[in-house]
Design a protein around this ligand. Sequence first.
Ligand code: ZN
Length: 149
Amino acid sequence: MEEVPCCHCGGFFVPSPKHKNQIYCMKPDCRRAKKAAWKREKMRTVPDFKLGQQLSNKKWAKANPDYWKEYRRENPEKTERNRQLQIVRNRRRSKKPNGASVSDHLVIAKVDASKPNKFNPIGQYYLVPMIAKVDALKVRIFEISTGCQ
Ligand SMILES: [Zn+2]
């Protein structure tokens, strides 16, 4: 059986013979990511599932008011990552009236149309946010045939 890259960590693994379409490896973080992706898919496709989740999240947060405060204190790295991802989400949301988002506009402005585009989107890259005070993220990009969402 051939090794495939994990959708979450990018590490290569051999899918279990019982689950030939496996796209997440067996590391605990990746199994959590798989579950989260399943949940997102459910939220998107089953209207009552989202409502139920929101209600139970609210109930839980009421019973555990200090949880997220504690979590942020104990996991500064994850808090920072989440903060950066939120910046990206916010940017995606801030659409200009003509339908183009602010970030689309900035990306387009940096492309030099006179040179052929030799960008090969596979390898190691830094994702550099277009505001100076946010750190760059190092990412690995693989070609995937199994179709990660
Ligand atoms: Zn993994």
